[in-house]
Design a protein around this ligand. Structure first.
Ligand code: ZN
Length: 500
């Protein structure tokens, strides 16, 4: 078995190296590459992705897996070896269904589509982006076809982000959540609005950057294994546990954009830096799902970064960075401002109470275009009418409407729901962390985050991608995924702020 496993790991290591190379090319494309590099880069990405895919779906991998599987019975089912074989088998069977030619073509199409989206967004010109998105949707449908039969055409892309999850389960969770979340927003709407104009003054970008990095470091982000750069859409990428990078987007006239964006991406980076080194260069050296990844970023952005204990410690520091803007603003006014609930156009700037409604809109739309019920040409109007229905506001243009998110341009369909699931997972993990670390609030008030990070390392990060997401939430908290902790958290927090 040892030799066979070694042979398998060798191939998987090469695949991981090729995938890491793709990630470097993508990171560069989104940070420093000049616009003229678009065509050449899309070819390079296409070639390297195809090589990675071809090496992974090689017959030899299937033979090695088949040779290893009979021996699994004698192993601890949770051992690294047993899990590695199981997860690789699952991914292998999936990947074998997708022709290498399709992978290369999809890469090429989405690379150009991403490049065009950037320009279309700046110019608020959906017509420019439309033919690209049409091609992406067409190819996504074709992709789902490789996995037929399925209950929903949305199942295959969802499974790529949340292994094992079905569209029907997702819809059930959202339907349980929606009415209670809408009720909360209505209750808040009846209260006097909170003024957040103090966050919209002129905030020097270099100082915003410095404050964000000061907090990121105190959370535990190790800069000898990471760095921050600027990009049109903030993201985190890890090439290995020794090189995990974040990006940010700063807005001189809106402090929360860069600040909470940095806290958020730091949460992602802490996860990737905490992945087990012993699993490096294997398919389980990564997060077990997008929602789990998002639960970690949400924890640092919201449960920590928008909490009163956090600002008790950090507000004086922020005031020192911006004495003119905040010197005469008291903590309570600031705390209420960063937690203001108001329907808004941009998802990434949405408050915790309205956030999931942005997701529900996107889920409706991507299911509709995938199922062929909605033409891409009609998307801007469908977006606007969805915004009116869910949030009662109409976007003035496509830049703050249908063009705001990068996801569809890169071919990512089935991704958005993981943000909402991430919120639920974060709240459920948080309740458990609070009971395991009784003085957690006090620690945060002192700017100490070591115990919290250690808790995440122990209960989430160290497992890498060994488990399915719904397995790990039970392992970590003792309960299956439920929206209850999230709703408890929202009602308690906003109950206090708005006097509900
Ligand atoms: Zn995120």
């Amino acid at each position: 078995m040892d030799e066979t496993l070694k042979s398998l790991k060798e191939i998987l290591g090469q695949v991981a190296d090729l995938e890491a190379s793709v990630a470097v090319l993508e990171w560069d494309q989104q940070t420093y590459m000049p616009p003229g590099g678009a065509d050449g880069r899309s070819m390079a990405l296409s070639t390297v992705s195809r090589l990675a895919h071809e090496s992974f779906i090689d017959d030899r991998v299937g033979e090695l897996l088949s040779a290893l599987e009979p021996g699994l019975a004698s192993l601890d089912p949770d051992s690294d070896e047993a899990r590695l074989v199981r997860v690789t088998r699952r991914q292998y069977d999936k990947a074998r269904k997708v022709p290498a030619q399709f992978v290369a073509e999809f890469r090429r199409v989405t690379s150009l589509s991403f490049q065009t989206w950037q320009e279309a967004r700046v110019r608020s010109n959906f017509a420019l982006f439309r033919p690209h998105l049409e091609r992406v949707v067409e190819m996504r449908r074709q992709y789902a076809g490789f996995f037929a039969p399925y209950d929903s055409v949305y199942d295959p892309p969802l499974d790529d982000h949340e292994p094992g999850m079905k569209t029907a389960e997702l819809k059930a969770i959202f339907e349980a959540l929606r009415p209670r979340q809408v009720k909360l927003i209505q209750a808040i709407a009846e209260k006097p609005p909170v003024d957040d104009s103090l966050l919209r003054l002129n905030y020097d970008e270099a100082k915003q950057w410095d404050f964000g990095m000061e907090v990121a470091k105190s959370f535990g982000y190790d800069l000898s294994r990471g760095r921050e750069d600027r990009s049109a859409h903030p993201f985190t990428t890890g090439f290995n546990t020794g090189d995990v990078r974040i990006t940010t987007r700063l807005d001189r006239n809106y402090l929360p954009e860069g600040m909470f964006g940095t806290f958020h991406e730091t949460g992602h980076a802490l996860y990737d830096q905490g992945l087990p080194q012993r699993l490096e260069r294997t398919p389980i050296a990564r997060s077990l799902s997008y929602a789990f990844h998002e639960s970690q970023s949400r924890t640092w952005e919201n449960l920590v970064g928008r909490s009163r204990p956090f600002w008790k410690h950090y507000y004086p520091r922020l005031q020192a960075y911006f004495p003119e803007q905040l010197g005469s603003v008291d903590l309570d006014t600031f705390y209420r401002a960063v937690n203001r609930v108001v329907p808004s156009f941009i998802r990434t700037e949405a408050d915790e109470a309205t956030y999931n409604l942005h997701i529900m809109l996107r889920l409706d739309l991507e299911m509709a275009f995938l199922e062929g019920r909605l033409a891409v040409a009609d998307l801007p109007e469908a977006w606007a009418s969805g915004m009116r229905e869910y949030l009662g506001i109409t976007p003035p243009d496509d830049k703050v409407g249908v063009l705001q998110d990068v996801h569809w341009s890169t071919g990512a369909v089935g991704y958005f729901p993981t943000y909402a699931l991430g919120n639920l997972l974060a709240a459920q993990l948080w309740e458990k962390a609070q009971s395991d670390i009784p003085d957690l609030s006090k620690q945060i008030e002192r700017g100490e985050f070591r115990d919290l990070l250690a808790w995440q390392r122990e209960n989430v990060h160290q497992h890498g991608g060994k488990y399915e997401p719904m397995e790990l939430i039970v392992k970590a908290t003792g309960t299956p995924l439920t929206p209850e902790p999230y709703l408890r958290y929202l009602w308690a927090k906003y109950g206090e702020i708005y006097g509900l």
